[in-house]
Design a protein around this ligand. Sequence first.
Ligand code: DAH
Length: 336
Amino acid sequence: MNKATVTEIRKQFEKALEEVRDTAALEALKHGYLGRKGIIAGLFARIREVPPESRKETGELLNSLKTDLSAAIDARSMQFAVPRKQKEITDFSMPGYAMHHGSRHPLTQAVDDMLNIFQHLGFDIAYGPEVEIDWYNFESLNFPPDHPARDMQDTFYTEGGGVLRTHTSPVQTRYMSTHKPPVRIVAPGRVFRNEAISARSYCLFHQIEGLYIDEGITFADLKGTIELFCRLYYGKDVRIKFRGSYFPFTEPSAEIDVSCFLCGGKGCPVCKQSGWLEIMGCGMVDPNVLKAVNYDSERYSGYAFGLGIERMLMMRLGINDIRILFENDVEFLKQF
Ligand code: DAH
């Protein structure tokens, strides 16, 4: 045995190591070279054949061969260790990860629910622009320029002289100016008011406008439709009250109260102990509005109504701060 033998063994080992593909093969290789009866042990046994003066040198050579081989085997076993570990920790009985999926915003849900009811009652859906012209937002709705009712609206004006619509009522006259009677529509959308932001008011909110114009429409039709809507939305036991009111575009006008869904009318903090909740304004369309869109006000009559979505939703969900509906707070929205 000499230096060349050691070099030859090293080469053979390296080649064999390259061909190892799994832990079992690596174990076999280790056993073959480094085991008690392995090749290295065999070489050490043959050290007696070496002349005494070279024994020390040969011994060192064999020692470093042994160290190198076991280091190479360890390094290689690390490459197999990773997949083996992964396999061990796969536990198919573990609960899966929850998938987070989005949901419709509660305001969108409320609008969809209400539109669904109105569609079943025969109403079409109409939309109007959020930036309006003064004529549709005020004048066509019987607010002349100096009419004191204009003070009811704190309005955002655009630089070009437009207005951010302060209610969805302009969709009434917009729709009528391009459609002949009969018309039966509901118009959902955003409206804007220049109000100080607080728990009770926000600079934008949502309304649904309703309009029904035909020959011979009376206040009885309005009452029947509103009553049916309230029963479908709030439940069949809800009680409804029409209270006289004023709007420039309706005559007569009313506001509608429903019995408080929380206390059933007994009185609670949500209804401020009154037992009633105000949900919308309505009335018979003023003949001046019909004239503004060139409808024959002698032949046609109709009713209109407008409801505030945020108010209805806040009462329903027991929310006491309107701002939460516009903040996109995921913790809040997750609940719906
Ligand atoms: N436009 C009114 C508002 O924003 C709500 C309203 C009242 C709409 C009576 C109507 C109506 O169509 O008939 O306060």
